[in-house]
Design a protein around this ligand. Structure first.
Ligand code: ATP
Length: 331
């Protein structure tokens, strides 16, 4: 029989629990034993783990966060630390380690593979969706939903007072969340890392569009979605600059960590369940050092370095749709 270990690492994402559940239940059916390392790679370094069975994952699929906790672990980048982790895995006789996380976590997996001969599998779990080789990641759809629900609420108050709001969403290196949240909430303007040219150009484009809107529609309720850490001096600076330029008070709203939380939407639960079950179906095979993702609804195996070596592009048609709506009179 086989021994499988699982851990969640990096930014937490809704659906990680659903994935852990799927792994544990699939292992139980196959008669494999399962343990969960706590706090990402920290658990691996410090031999902090718990044994998991069907009872441990009861009532879990709908819960946000991760029961195994997640963490960043700078220490793990060292060679000695990775060697120690490998020794710990050997000591517990782990055959397969499944890592649920983002690209940083996959770099950690590759680092570990220099010292550990066991089977390593990665599953994409991040709200950013910035992982090459899979159409979507676990947590992404829930984060869009959370952002859209919040922007809808901002829109209500923006409309009532005919105000301009600047909403900051997560996604400092990738605009997937910002683009799709902006499109689904009918935001008037979106500022994303992939499309950002300069501060001057952005301010000019916003002012042009806003002036046109005010002239054509009369009302002045206006929502701008901005990806975090993109505006050089921060969201408050942009709000201040726009307040001066528009001569009306521009309110900044930072959505922040609410976007990481909440019960996963069914798309995330289903993706997490499929990927978890698929990973367990590979246990014992000679396939290792890969991420399992999904493309066009089918599972795919992607060598771990390919998940971060090239930047995953935004969908061009979605971008052009957003752009044409931004320029539409009645959007
Ligand atoms: P998200 O993008 O959602 O925040 P992530 O998995 O990319 O998730 P990171 O903080 O980048 O999150 O990485 C998680 C952990 O992976 C790090 O804290 C560290 O323990 C490990 N890690 C990252 N890069 C490396 C590396 N080059 N070598 C070894 N370990 C690494």
């Amino acid at each position: 029989t086989k021994k499988v270990a699982v851990l969640t690492s990096g930014g937490d994402a809704p659906g990680m629990n659903a994935c852990i559940r799927a792994i544990v239940l699939a292992c139980e059916r196959a008669d494999y034993s399962v343990l969960g390392y706590m706090h990402g790679f920290n658990g691996l370094l410090h031999q902090e783990y718990r044994l998991l069975d069907g009872r441990s994952v009861h009532n879990l699929i709908q819960q946000g966060g991760t029961m195994l906790r997640s963490a960043r672990c700078k220490e793990f980048e060292g060679r000695e630390e990775a060697k120690r982790a490998a020794d710990n895995l050997r000591q517990l006789e782990v055959d397969t380690l499944i890592i649920i996380g983002g690209d940083g976590s996959f770099r950690g997996a590759v680092h570990l593979s220099q010292f550990w001969e066991g089977q390593l599998l990665g599953l994409p779990g991040t709200i950013d969706n910035d992982i090459q080789g899979t159409d979507v990641t676990i947590g992404y759809h829930t984060a869009i939903e959370t952002a859209v629900t919040s922007i809808d609420k901002v829109r209500d108050t923006a409309d009532s007072f005919e105000r301009i709001f600047l909403v900051e969403v997560m996604g400092r290196r990738a605009g997937f969340l910002g683009l799709n949240a902006a499109l689904a909430s009918a935001a008037d303007y979106v500022i994303l890392p992939e499309l950002f040219e300069s501060e001057e150009q952005t301010l000019e484009a916003i002012m042009q569009q806003l002036t046109k809107r005010r002239r054509e529609r009369g009302d002045v309720s206006y929502i701008i979605v901005l990806a975090e850490n993109l505006w050089p001096k921060g969201v408050n600076d942009l709000a201040e600059q726009l307040t001066k330029l528009t001569e009306s008070e521009v309110k900044p709203v930072i959505l922040g960590h609410v976007q990481r939380g909440g019960s996963p939407v069914s798309q995330d639960r289903l993706l997490a369940t499929r990927l978890g079950a698929y990973a367990v179906s590979l246990v014992g095979s000679d396939i290792s050092g890969i991420m399992i993702g999904e493309c066009h609804g089918k599972p795919v195996k992607v060598p771990l370095p390919s998940t971060w070596q090239k930047r995953k592009p935004l969908d061009e048609f979605t971008v052009s749709t957003m752009e044409s709506l931004m320029n539409n009179r009645y959007a």
